[in-house]
Write a protein that binds this ligand. Sequence first.
Ligand code: SAM
Length: 319
Amino acid sequence: MWVNTSPHPKLRGGDLLAPGAPMSHHARVTPTETRAALERLALRPSRALGQNFLVDQNIARLIVDAAGLRDSDTVLEIGPGLGALTELLLDRAGRVVAVEKDARLHEFLRERLGRRSNLQLLHADALEVDFASLVTRHSSPLKVVANLPYAISTPLLMRLVESPTRPSLMVLTLQREVGDRLAAAPRTKDYGALTLYTQLYYDVRRAHLVSPSCFLPAPEVGSAVMTLRLAPHPLLEPELEAPFKQLVRAGFGHRRKMLRGALPKSELGGWIKSDTLEASLARLGLPRTARAEELSLAQWLQLTRTLIAQPPPTARPSN
Ligand code: SAM
């Protein structure tokens, strides 16, 4: 079901999308206010930067609620835009780091919210920010809350997932289709390498679907608010993570092929022969005809362990 709500009737606020407005009021996240702010800034939303601004206050609240914020939390917001989420985050978290690539929006937010003592605004490309540097030795693990720019949502997500200081929780508004891939189950068309790379670390849930009309301009596709909660314990020994990812990539590189055909023909062919693979599949009780999309995460983990336990042939990974 789409979530598409009108502004909360009790919400009254000054025109806080205007820089320098009084701080005791909250921004009104509505189409009218957003349009007015864009006009004042003479800003035509950039498609390349994925500038679809949230214009529904209730959705903003649902997103921030999903992060279950406390005073002790540090939140990274990627792409704060006009601040639809930022102000709510500032009210609830101990510290907010907001990384915006667009200089005009960065300046707008600096004027509007720069006085908030728990806000750190960075004018930077989130694809280049060193996320680990945002976590101080004494702070609690990072949470991420963001309406991600669609064009770069997958590489950004992978950077976050691969970061040495993996966020403990992420609440991400994504293109619905990307959200479906993250949460996918085996034997579905959405299940793939992105699913497994993410679920290796995170429990992924869809919290809400969001209609295009909740954004200005409206994107062509629906969106989903996804929660990604870090698993309390690693599912795989650290030294097996790289082989796991290589295997998954090779398996889904030839999605329609059986694994016994796909893996030996991939870059892993140097160390995975058909017979070794078939023996491993048999040991795991899997049919020799198994395809990548038929294995659950647990079975991919088992397969990695079983294959790595094989005595290495002459040369293990070629790179
Ligand atoms: N958070 C705002 C909201 O909910 O209305 C804006 C979300 S809009 C979908 C994406 C935002 O990300 C825009 O403000 C855009 O300028 C910013 N952005 C795009 N690419 C970025 C990047 N590489 N690094 C940081 N911010 C980026």
